[in-house]
Design a protein around this ligand. Sequence first.
Ligand code: PLP
Length: 370
Amino acid sequence: MKVPFSFLIEQFRDSSIVFEKMKESLSRCDFTLGKDLLQFEKTYAEQTGCRHAMGVGSGTDALFLSLKAIGVGAGDEVITVPNSFIATTGAIVQAGARPVFVDIGEDFCLDPEKIAPAISEKTKAVLPVHWGGGPCRIEEICEVAARYRLPVLEDACQSLGAEWNGKRVGSFGLLAGFSTHPIKPLHVWGDGGVITTNSDEMVEKIRLLRNHGLKDRDTVESFGYNSRFDNLQAIVGNHVFESLNATIAKRREYAEKMDEALRALGEYIEVPLRYPQGKNVFHLYQFSTRYRDELLAFLIAAGVEAKVHYPIPLHLQPAARVFGYQEGDFPLTEKQSRESITLPCHQFLSLEQIDYMMAKVKEFFSSKMK
Ligand SMILES: *Cc1c(COP(=O)(O)O)cnc(C)c1O
């Protein structure tokens, strides 16, 4: 049996509706900031429970433009985690600031208790990541940040639809960045990103920043960038939105099944902390074991496309040498990089494939138990 990691071929097997809508939009030629994008932004705002959502060029740009809107620049520091995809830290560096890493907790997300010691007079923002489908302990993170009058920018790139205490992620911080890259929960046929906020002031700033600082056709209010969400891609996004809730429900069902099967294997496996007040969308289904590399090879040989996210933490990347971190600085992040494994957990898998994966994991560990 094969258990593929990617779901994209299935997702877009029948795309005739999308092509029809694209044809219709060609008659309008509203390629930039067009009608379909307005619809997409409206749905996105509803899905996150935010007053505003704005499409931009990518998830990385969503974070970068948000940092610019907050006023982050050269000489500033931004607190974040070293276990994310490179783009979280990349956006901070792109804004001219310095990433200050703090370690994660047992949930693979920023540990709120580790924020305060990392704050300096140069700190301008806190950038937690809702890792792998989230959510992080966002309320506590916002509380700590508020105590120091720091804005929170949520990196929700992997976690559209996740919830904390019944509220959607992306609606807690001053701003949040989402990605619509093809592997993310709500994806399009290329790059794209979304910024959500409840702040009218931030909306003004982001609208200018993403479109050359143009207030209207002829007036440049401030210098900005060109980072817009393509109208054609918004048509794809609107289409994928229709199946989002069903996708999330399926992923949750499979993840719960796997949590249960893995917990039964006892001491060999650590399932990440799941909070009663948190609802994960399982962009990545991860667990930890000290036999990670051996298990990875075993599963791949058995046809299961397991992966590692990621084997090298950000503070130990060659590019991050300039920041002076060393091995041992962030024990839980480093443990995750050595011990976590990611299993396929998407909406186009069958229950038989989930059962097969669990049987294979069990088979691997029963040889250890002897
Ligand atoms: C994908 C991702 C990004 C960047 O999004 P892009 O659309 O690829 O630019 C940022 N942060 C996290 C956590 C991501 O997973």
